[in-house]
Ligand binder design. Structure first.
Ligand SMILES: *[C@@H]1O[C@H](CO)[C@@H](O)[C@H](O)[C@H]1NC(C)=O
Ligand SMILES: *[C@@H]1O[C@H](CO)[C@@H](O)[C@H](O)[C@H]1NC(C)=O
Ligand SMILES: [Cu+2]
Length: 183
């Protein structure tokens, strides 16, 4: 009986870890570049300003929406981004509804390679934080970043979505405690 109880608890812990990991990876936000304007040269959309108002995290999805007959999306190097001159893109997207999932931290430079468009401002620098934290980099202390990287985020830096996940986690823990107790 005692052996069975330990085994059940062991499986419970493995199950909990799997659930927590899947929760973390499924909590990515979707960011539509340019919001309602989309990816365009019309209306002088300030993509630098757009990016400055967002917090990009690993697992987030960047969506470019545009008419594919007029524009495209290329991920390029910093030098190419600055010069609006692409020799070989890191990746090219041309569907007009391109979803790009962020998997690495740091700067991700995108531009439209149609002549003149990048120069006209159709370029965006997506700067991705090196954590799943929702706190802006200016206010994130090392302790806060460490807390945010732990399976259960600290309450002070948790977004509403994370709050929901935390609630589910508590319910799950109670359920597991009950199951382990009865077996
Ligand atoms: C673009 O860059 C290449 C080298 O990387 C250079 O030869 C070319 O002149 C540049 N074109 C423009 C328009 O600046
Ligand atoms: C763009 O693609 C997503 C799925 O990747 C889909 O849900 C959405 O409806 C599409 N939007 C347009 C305007 O085609
Ligand atoms: Cu364009």
């Amino acid at each position: 009986m005692a052996t069975l109880g330990v085994e059940t608890r062991g499986f419970g812990i493995i199950f909990l870890v799997v659930v927590l990991v899947s929760m973390q990876s499924s909590s990515g936000e979707i960011h539509k570049v340019g919001d309602s304007a989309g990816w365009t040269t019309i209306g002088n959309v300030d993509y630098k300003q757009w990016a400055a108002t967002k917090t990009f995290k690993i697992g987030d999805v960047i969506v470019f929406q545009y008419k594919p007959e007029y524009h495209n999306v290329m991920q390029v190097t910093h030098a190419e981004f600055r010069a609006c001159n692409v020799s070989s893109s890191i990746s090219t997207h041309t569907t007009g509804n391109d979803s790009i999932t962020i998997t690495t931290p740091g700067h991700h430079f995108f531009l439209c390679s149609v002549p003149g468009h990048c120069q006209a401002g159709q370029k965006v620098d997506i700067n991705v934080l090196n954590s799943a934290s929702t706190a802006p980099p200016q206010s994130a202390t090392p302790a806060a970043v460490a807390a945010a990287q732990a399976p259960a985020p600290a309450p002070s830096v948790a977004a509403p979505l994370h709050g929901l996940n935390r609630l589910s986690t508590v319910c799950l823990l109670i359920a597991l405690a009950l199951v382990s107790g009865f077996c």
